[in-house]
Design a protein around this ligand. Structure first.
Ligand SMILES: Cc1cc2nc3c(=O)[nH]c(=O)nc-3n(C[C@H](O)[C@H](O)[C@H](O)COP(=O)(O)OP(=O)(O)OC[C@H]3O[C@@H](n4cnc5c(N)ncnc54)[C@H](O)[C@@H]3O)c2cc1C
Length: 483
């Protein structure tokens, strides 16, 4: 927790997602007088909630990575330690063009730690495993150079195209809604290439990362990650973290203004002036905790060095949640869910989470025979980064979800078995970690930090996911309050 001997100052946070709320908490703890502006009516941004058939569910993020203790520590500070729960064992599956397979559990982004692991071998075939194991023999320079920047270039060079198509593409599509050919490996798997140089191969780097955490590639070998232990959730849903944060901020006297979008920012001799549709806020410290295009759009007049440098907007993701009466799903036919390989015929969804198969607390809340499944649609494919056409309207999405859930779970689901459904759209919320994004985001951040009294936080600079966002936000606000 940041502390500062500096005299209390005014601090304004723009954006009430997890990065903005956490920034506000750190600033208040350092003694500053904090206001948070949120454009929407709800707090938490991508960590949202909705109620479907009487069940309160996560509408966006539903778990956090446990490769670092960043989120668990925050939960502990908010009194939520006892609510941290692992997903049910059983793992996830992958739907390949030739049928469903259990997803090997010891990978990073689907990249296997051991190509000869029986689950990996079943998915790749012997020839695929053989090609993947060449990785151990190749010089570490292969895939380490500046020419290799995308996830697919790295995986293809070291382990071959079977690993890419049958493991990495489905996982990357499920997590980042994009083709691995478009994604910057250093953004979506930070530390992996450095680990490769240190440990001699990509598989060894994956193995070290699974053991130790992103920045601790040398963690003790006697502590392997337990299968399925790479993520955890909160009993009641991830959105309870937002509720706890908001309550904590109110307790600290932070002013929380929802429905208040910042529309422009300018520099003043002693700080910043933020206009929110006519209401003017003057502040000594400013934290920009919005998505990348919005952050650059708001700041480019006041920080001319970043003018015209708006990062690409993230992909549009549509989530369809179905609450079903379907006792056949009690046996969890696809474990915690299934990721879909891009070329799988007849399936439009890119992933399905069997939420009641994943979280015990939710299965208990739903009751026997009642199930929650969530399907996601929308993926950025191909070099042109275009979104392929797919179901768009709520009715089209509902129909596609029924079809896809039936096929993916291998049970026929009829419309009259649906107790409730909802469509949630996340427009550009996942930062688009395109090749080169990391370097561009870092340059934007440097220019903003140099302006003084300004911090830029959020998933688009920190990397996608709560673990990255929480750790990075703390670091940035620590610097801001100590400057
Ligand atoms: C569908 C989905 C599922 C996800 N699942 C997971 C998961 O399971 N695990 C995981 O670790 N991560 C997950 N993530 C990623 C994770 O949720 C994000 O990395 C993280 O929540 C980003 O937080 P943030 O504060 O950077 O941004 P956001 O949550 O996007 O918050 C930004 C906030 O700024 C507000 N805002 C924008 N413009 C303005 C303005 N001009 N003025 C005022 N406010 C403004 C927005 O309304 C928003 O509330 C998921 C993301 C999505 C979209």
């Amino acid at each position: 927790m940041g502390t500062s001997a500096a005299k209390p100052r005014t601090a304004l946070v723009v954006g009430g997602g997890i990065s903005g709320l956490l920034s506000a908490r750190e600033l208040a703890a350092a003694g500053h007088q904090v206001t948070v502006l949120e454009a929407g009516t709800a707090w938490g941004g991508c960590v949202g909630s909705h109620t479907v058939a009487g069940l309160t569910l996560d509408s966006g993020a539903e778990s956090f990575a446990t490769r670092s203790d960043a989120v668990a520590r925050l939960c502990a500070e908010l009194g939520l330690s006892s609510k941290i729960v692992p997903p049910r064992p059983g793992g996830a599956w992958v739907q390949l063009p030739d049928g469903p397979r259990e997803l090997p559990r010891t990978g990073v982004l689907g990249i296997p730690a051991n190509p000869w692991d029986p689950e990996v071998r079943r998915t790749l075939g012997t020839l695929g495993s053989l090609r993947a194991s060449l990785d151990r023999l190749l010089p570490t320079s292969v895939g380490a150079g500046k020419d290799v920047t995308s996830v697919s270039a790295l995986v293809r060079a070291r382990m071959g195209s079977r690993v890419l198509e049958r493991l990495v593409s489905p996982v990357v599509g499920g997590v980042h809604s994009a083709d691995p050919g478009l994604l910057d490996v250093d953004m979506v798997a930070p530390g992996l290439r450095a680990g490769m140089r240190r440990h001699g191969s990509l598989a060894a780097a994956v193995s070290a990362q699974r053991r130790g955490g992103t920045n601790k590639a040398d963690a003790p070998a006697d502590k392997p990650a337990k299968a399925g232990s790479a993520v955890a959730g909160l009993e009641g849903g991830m959105h309870t973290l937002v509720e706890a944060l908001v309550a904590d901020l109110r307790g600290r006297g932070v002013t929380l203004l929802a429905g208040t979008a910042a529309t422009s920012v300018s520099r003043t001799p002693d700080g910043w002036l933020v206009d929110a549709a006519g209401t003017i806020f003057r502040t000594a410290l400013l934290v920009m905790a919005v998505d990348g295009p919005a952050a650059v759009g708001l700041l480019e007049n006041a920080v001319p060095l970043i003018a015209g440098k708006k990062p690409a907007s993230g992909p549009d993701v549509k989530l369809v949640t179905l609450v079903l009466d379907k006792p056949e799903l009690d046996r969890r036919p696809r474990g915690t869910g299934i990721l879909v390989a891009p070329q799988t015929p007849g399936i439009e969804a890119k992933a399905l989470t069997h939420a009641t198969g994943k979280w015990d607390w939710l299965a208990a809340a739903a009751g026997p025979g009642r199930h929650v499944v969530r399907l996601s649609y929308g993926r950025v494919d191909g070099v042109s980064a275009q979104q392929p056409a797919g179901p768009e309207t709520d009715d089209e999405l509902f129909a596609a979800a029924l079809r896809d859930a039936s096929a993916l779970l291998d049970v026929q689901i009829a419309g009259d078995e649906v107790r409730g459904w909802d469509v949630v759209r996340w427009r550009g919320s996942l930062p688009f970690a395109a090749v080169g994004h990391r370097a561009r985001a870092a340059a934007i951040r440097r220019a903003c930090t140099a302006a003084g009294g300004l911090a830029v936080v959020g998933g688009w600079v920190a990397g996608n996911g709560l673990a990255a966002v929480v750790a990075d936000t703390r670091e940035q606000i620590g610097q801001l309050t100590h400057d």
